[in-house]
Design a protein around this ligand. Structure first.
Ligand SMILES: *[C@@H]1O[C@H](CO)[C@@H](O)[C@H](O)[C@H]1NC(C)=O
Ligand SMILES: *[C@@H]1O[C@H](CO)[C@@H](O)[C@H](O)[C@H]1NC(C)=O
Ligand SMILES: *[C@@H]1O[C@H](CO)[C@@H](O)[C@H](O)[C@H]1NC(C)=O
Ligand SMILES: *[C@@H]1O[C@H](CO)[C@@H](O)[C@H](O)[C@H]1NC(C)=O
Ligand SMILES: CC(=O)N[C@H]1CO[C@H](CO)[C@@H](O)[C@@H]1O
Length: 546
């Protein structure tokens, strides 16, 4: 081998340099050990002891939920009460433009306790140590090339900066939605290939929160469902008469069903990739594929699998003693809060919808809020004047109570928010104390019986029985309430048959008091209803409907 003088010089120089580096390293390392690292360790110790080893004030603890949650949040052992998810796989779907907004909070909360999961997107991505798979990687190239829905897919790969910067500049959220439907079936195929043979596959979106303790307990113990059967479970929606499991609420496939769909029908993914151009939504297409190839229809698990979040859930009849499995439209802050709620609950019994209300919503309820939409829109009262009817939105118009069905209070309800509030007030039921006042009056009016002194006794058996009967009837009425809250805006009064917190609403530009949104909660009626319902004796698990 011929070595030129200059390269020999380089080699000598290189060796000297490396030797020098090693010597320096050995010399300095001993100092690091005592100095920098030691310093860092001591600093860490002092910080943790100051805060009491990852124990913090529980920011959810507030007046009204002291009975529900601990005052302190001990975050040192988050997975202590996490269920054994053996045999169950989570598959979460997101999109490249939102991955970094939505995924980190999952990775900081529930996913820290999951031994395994898959994340799919419309581009291969990496978030810290977590890999995001491109659901569309194997999509037929020629099918992609001639499909405008794939513009975003191509643009994303060209984006020289962060996806967020590229997409913000275009303000084109619709494109991510158009692309989303193509991910569902390829995702099924890749999931089965990468993680075959699980009992259950839970599919969710990046804005879905999963209550793991409940869903695992139900799947493994409570539901009596057999994963050897072909099962497709979710919250049922319809498009064009076809029932399907709403994707954002999360849905569940048994391993057997996924195996059959993917292994026994090799053409299904390709066929639906083509079909995608003519269908609105991927969750619908999945239902179509399951029906076409496996004759399997969705089984309804709502309201346990749920499309609302704590602030929009309609608490009340049918949404109270039911356990909750999922919630949807959850932003990162909401996900973190619900996780913290689960972590700081004082009990580990099954989490019911009413617990969400008691722990997270009740402390926020107040008599009224301005510039607020409480989502009251079950029954509406409008100005009967034709012009006003014309002005109102169709939704409120369609939900009007018929003139002849209205009482006097309801007839006036559109005139002001105060009038609107009276609709709920008018359903109030007298409290038990009033029995004594009323009871005496009614007894005074009774014809006197053989022994007057006995009638005056408040404790006579017949009297106690009457009191009980009255109480029962009043309780019945309390539970039967149909107005819990109202919203008034521009001569439209709407009331709701459930109670929910809702969301802020932009104040009107012109300061017109008629245009202002006022939302109110009839707290007495809500609390009466809650009292009349009593404790939930046991969780109202729903049997999946065929
Ligand atoms: C915890 O909350 C209390 C009051 O509730 C407050 O005085 C204290 O400073 C808080 N501690 C920390 C570490 O924020
Ligand atoms: C916090 O939890 C850890 C682990 O469960 C426990 O060892 C520690 O004592 C707890 N700290 C407090 C202050 O309760
Ligand atoms: C679920 O069932 C298994 C066996 O059927 C049992 O060992 C386990 O304790 C049950 N878990 C719960 C939370 O009931
Ligand atoms: C409950 O309400 C319905 C409809 O509002 C009514 O028909 C029924 O009589 C009510 N029952 C009681 C016990 O008040
Ligand atoms: C979720 C919901 O029902 N939102 C409604 C709130 O109120 C406005 C105004 O009536 C409606 O347009 C929304 O649909």
């Amino acid at each position: 081998m011929i070595v030129s003088p200059s390269s020999r010089r380089l080699r000598v120089f290189g060796s000297v340099a490396i030797l020098t580096l090693i010597a320096t390293y050995i010399h300095v390392r001993s100092q690091w050990d005592e100095a920098s690292f030691g310093y860092a360790r001591d600093y860490y110790k002092s910080v943790t002891s100051y805060f009491g080893s990852s124990v913090y004030n529980n920011t959810l603890y507030s007046e009204g939920n002291e009975e529900m949650v601990d005052q302190y949040y001990n975050s040192s052992n988050p997975c202590a009460n996490f269920p054994d998810t053996d045999g169950i796989l989570l598959v979460m779907k997101t999109g490249a433009t939102e991955t970094f907004d939505k995924m980190p909070v999952h990775l900081l909360t529930t996913m820290t306790c999951l031994p395994d999961f898959l994340i799919f997107s419309d581009m291969e991505q990496q978030v810290g140590p977590y890999h995001i798979h491109d659901a569309l990687a194997e999509f037929d190239e020629s099918a992609k090339a001639h499909n405008a829905d794939f513009d975003l897919y191509r643009d994303q790969k060209e984006c020289p900066v962060s996806q967020k910067s590229c997409v913000d500049a275009k303000r084109d959220g619709q494109k991510a939605w158009n692309l989303d439907k193509y991910k569902f079936l390829p995702m099924m195929e890749q999931t089965w290939r990468m993680r075959p043979g699980r009992d259950w596959y839970i599919f969710a979106e990046a804005d879905t929160y999963i209550f793991w303790a409940n869903i695992v307990h139900w799947l493994k113990n409570e539901s009596r469902l057999n994963p050897r059967e072909k099962l497709y479970l979710g919250s049922r929606s319809f498009i064009g008469g076809t029932p399907f499991a709403h994707g954002g609420s999360g849905y569940i496939l048994s391993g057997t069903l996924l195996k059959h769909l993917i292994e026994y029908h090799p053409g299904v993914v390709k066929q639906y990739n083509v079909k995608g151009a003519h269908e609105c939504c991927g969750d619908l297409m999945l239902a179509q594929a399951l029906e076409e190839y496996e004759k399997v229809k969705i089984r309804q698990v709502w309201p346990m699998i749920n499309g609302e979040k704590p602030s929009t859930l309609p608490y009340g009849p049918g949404h109270w003693c039911e356990p909750i499995f999922t919630m949807h439209h959850m932003n990162a802050e909401e996900i973190s809060n619900v996780w913290q709620f689960e972590q700081t609950r004082k009990t580990d019994r099954v989490l019911l919808i009413r617990d969400i209300y008691d722990g997270l919503i009740r402390p926020k309820m107040q008599v009224s809020r301005e510039n607020w939409d409480n989502l009251s829109d079950d029954v509406c009262y409008l100005n009967p004047d034709p012009e006003a009817q014309q002005r109102a939105d169709g939704h409120s118009r369609d939900r009007q109570k018929k003139g002849e069905d209205m009482n006097d209070i309801e007839k006036e309800a559109w005139k002001s928010w105060e009038n609107c509030a009276k609709v709920c007030e008018s359903q109030d039921v007298p409290d038990e104390e009033e029995w004594d006042i009323r009871g005496i009056t009614s007894r005074e009016n009774e014809p006197s019986t053989a022994n007057d002194t006995e009638v005056a006794e408040d404790t006579s058996p017949s009297d106690a029985a009457a009191r009980e009967a009255w109480k029962k009837a009043m309780n019945e009425k309390k539970r039967n309430r149909s107005c819990f809250q109202y919203r008034w805006h521009d001569e439209v009064c709407c009331t709701a048959k459930s109670f929910k917190l809702g969301a802020p609403k932009m104040p009107p530009d012109n300061g017109d008091s008629k245009a202002k949104w006022v939302s109110g909660w009839h707290l007495k009626g809500i609390n009466d209803w809650i009292d009349a319902m009593g404790e939930c004796k046991k969780p109202a698990w729903k049997t999946p409907e065929p």
